[in-house]
Design a protein around this ligand. Structure first.
Ligand SMILES: [Zn+2]
Length: 168
């Protein structure tokens, strides 16, 4: 799967719910996880590979790869946490983002089984980052405008790509 990068409109669209978790999702899940590993990332969402569906893969160190389909965030802590984030769709860019420290999510796996997970630390971080992708939100939207413009200028310079900065 090819990973889309900043400037591609698909990254800015809201993904649709998966209507039925048919057996083909086993293959889609595997492809998502393979692409995630190939990119040396820890999370990858459908829209990042051109699938505007509510699905993402997460694989953090010390855990198994996990697939989240039609996730809902049912609880977040008031307590926040600052952590450096990056994104396979914005290669080479890393910056601190503030998010809730804890998150509770309900979702279905690639076999259609429902599960609930309460996460803190890096897992909570990735889940929130990937969930944002399903809403067309990128981590650079969660930092100050001044910092964002600085980062986008750096991204354009290093990648030779035109980012969204030029459009706004
Ligand atoms: Zn991302």
């Amino acid at each position: 799967m090819q990973i889309l990068t900043l400037g591609n409109d698909l990254l800015r669209q809201k993904a649709s719910p998966v209507r039925e978790i048919s057996p083909e999702y086993l293959a889609i899940a595997e492809e998502l996880i393979n692409s995630l590993h190939a990119g040396k990332g820890i999370g990858l969402a459908g829209p990042q590979v051109g699938r505007l569906e509510r699905i993402f893969a997460v694989h953090v160190e010390g855990d198994i790869p996990r697939i989240f389909i039609n996730p809902s965030i049912i609880e977040t802590s008031q307590e926040t946490h600052k952590y450096e984030e990056g994104c396979l769709s914005i290669p080479g860019i890393y910056t601190d983002v503030i998010r809730p420290r804890l998150v509770k999510v309900q979702a279905w796996n690639e076999k259609g089984r429902p599960f609930t997970i309460e996460a803190t630390g890096i897992m909570a971080r990735v889940i929130q980052h990937e969930y944002d992708h399903l809403e067309g939100i990128l981590f650079i939207d969660r930092i100050s405008e001044q910092k964002r413009n600085r980062i986008l200028a750096k991204f354009e310079k290093s990648s030779g790509r035109v980012s969204e900065r030029a459009k706004t």
